[in-house]
Design a protein around this ligand. Structure first.
Ligand SMILES: Nc1nc2c(ncn2[C@@H]2O[C@H](COP(=O)(O)O)[C@@H](O)[C@H]2O)c(=O)[nH]1
Ligand SMILES: [Mg+2]
Length: 497
């Protein structure tokens, strides 16, 4: 299908997990706003929401060199007048009708401008993008399920069952050093800034001894290291740190021949099993509100995109049965016994079991199956066209339905998706996801999709940057003074020599 485009203002509100953050739990994305902060001033940014504005653009440059500071305006938007020629402040899909100015922590940040006029399809990841899980219940469930498997299947001692999980302790972006039993915080240049062995912080000497003295520095990659790069991984990182402490204090209490690296492998496979065997999904399905934040902005957002005649799609690694339950909850507030398929009206294509990031390999040969929503039955397709079964000339999914409503698939590749949506150029697609590797890296770098990363942690980050702006400015001036004085000292010394 070809989607003619109309201007769109863009706003998405998401509930973010209870990360250590003081703000209320929503992130919003807007297009068509900018902050007016002339001369790199620290004045409070002014926000303009314009009906019909068609530009999603960078608002802040934070910590970019000396001069770029919070509120630094680098680009201007290209406002488009609405049909009546009047620009009214409006956030189209916000439940309040966009009357209020968005809080700092709910705004959108861009690395480069995005002209929404060029976007004909907007896609979403589901887990931790549309569905924001509550870490205090969901991650706890993963933590407890993992321990249960370590004890029952992998021979770990029963006393682990009494352990508790602090869901606020770990953050994304950490790196696990599997062999040494350490958890590392690195800077953007891959220098280890902070290192913990279990829950004990390494001294500077220990840290330098392990990570600072090599001629060729570690790549901090698999197989010796693991990235904590999804919110799903926080519980396993915490459990690993607990196990490291436990093993150090109780040698001989973990199964024989288990070292730190083996312990990490065991934790990983137990977590993996929790995701596969229904330990997590059965519980979420029974009581979604306990585990997922409600978000009343999702449906208005999807409606707004569809009203603008853009295609909308979902690409999730979750399978159909679970996807249907989560999306029923998010879009219709329905629970298991009341589930229906009404939410499909908000999408053109839904791809489940997508196996991202492999899905984004154009050369992949993954088969695309059509899912029969009622039964969950998978139907073979020939590039998206249901194949007639031998002995049955009319496949269960009738061709009539194809033109009418959303079609649901499992597997396949981005080639299939492009064909189903009549996408001619990758740059016509905007995809919103939470996982830098699974959702963003390949789709953006190799494929050329425009991408949007959901980073709930930014709420705290941005708020702190704003609150500390005076101190940051003072620090900047003091650094500059220091450099100037040091410079003068050097010059005077040289003049005496
Ligand atoms: N088998 C495993 N599945 C996992 C693991 N961590 C997360 N997941 C599952 O992936 C999808 C993510 O869906 P998406 O919408 O974000 O694409 C979800 O079903 C998770 O349960 C894991 O370690 N092993
Ligand atoms: Mg996700």
């Amino acid at each position: 299908m070809r989607i003619p485009k109309r201007p769109v203002s863009f706003c998405l509100s998401l509930f973010s997990p209870e990360f250590p953050r003081p703000l209320d739990s929503r992130i919003s994305f807007y297009s068509g706003f900018h902050y007016k902060t002339p001369n790199f001033s620290f004045s409070k940014p002014k926000q303009i929401h314009s009906t019909g504005v068609n530009q999603l653009h960078m608002s802040y440059m934070m910590d970019k060199g000396q001069k770029a500071v919070l509120g630094d305006k680098r680009q201007s938007s290209e406002p488009m007048e609405s049909s009546d020629g009047v620009q009214e402040p409006c956030i189209w899909s916000s439940p309040e009708g966009g009357k209020d100015e968005a809080e700092l922590g709910k705004q959108i940040f861009c690395n480069r401008s995005l002209n929404m006029r060029n976007i004909i399809a907007v896609g979403f990841d589901m887990d931790y993008t549309l569905a924001q899980y509550k870490p205090e219940t969901f991650e706890k469930l993963a933590y407890e399920g993992t321990i249960e498997k370590l004890v029952s299947n992998l021979g770990y001692p029963e006393e682990l069952l009494g352990w508790t999980f602090n869901w606020k302790y770990m953050v994304r972006g950490l790196v696990v050093d599997k062999k040494r039993g350490n958890i590392l915080k690195m800077d953007r240049h891959k220098y280890v800034k902070v290192a913990y062995h279990g829950f004990r912080e390494l001294t500077k000497e220990e840290k330098v001894g392990s990570y600072g003295n090599t001629l060729i520095r570690d790549a901090f990659d698999e197989p010796d290291y693991a990235l904590i790069d999804t919110l799903f991984s926080l519980a396993e990182a915490y459990l690993f740190a607990q196990l490291v402490d436990f093993m150090d204090k109780n040698p001989g209490r973990v199964p024989a021949k288990v070292d730190y690296a083996r312990m990490y492998k065991d934790v990983r496979s137990a977590v993996d099993m929790c995701h596969r065997d229904g330990t997590l999904k059965q519980m979420v399905a029974k009581d979604p509100i306990k585990y997922i934040n409600e978000d009343k902005s999702i449906v208005p957002l999807l409606k707004m995109l569809r009203d603008s005649r853009r295609a909308t799609f979902l690409v999730t690694n979750s399978l159909w049965d679970y996807t249907n339950i989560v999306m029923n909850f998010l879009c219709e507030s329905r629970t298991l016994d009341a589930c229906n398929f009404d939410w499909l009206q908000y999408f053109d294509v839904v791809i489940t079991g997508s196996a991202k990031p492999g899905f984004f390999h154009e050369e992949s040969n993954a088969n695309l199956f059509e899912v029969e929503p009622e039964s969950g039955k998978l139907i073979n397709t020939d590039n998206g066209t249901p194949m007639a079964q031998v002995g049955n000339t009319s496949p269960s999914i009738t061709l009539k339905k194809q033109n009418e409503c959303c079609r649901v698939f499992q597997g396949g590749t981005v080639r299939h998706l492009h064909k189903l949506l009549s996408i001619e150029s990758s740059s016509q697609v905007l995809y919103v996801g939470d996982h830098i590797y699974g959702d963003i890296l390949r789709s953006k770098k190799i494929l050329g999709w425009r991408t949007m990363l959901v980073v709930p942690e930014l709420e705290t980050e941005v708020k702190l940057l704003w609150e500390l702006r005076d101190s940051r400015k003072a620090l900047q001036l003091m650094r500059s003074d220091r450099d100037h004085i040091e410079d003068q000292i050097h010059r005077l010394r040289w003049s005496l020599e």
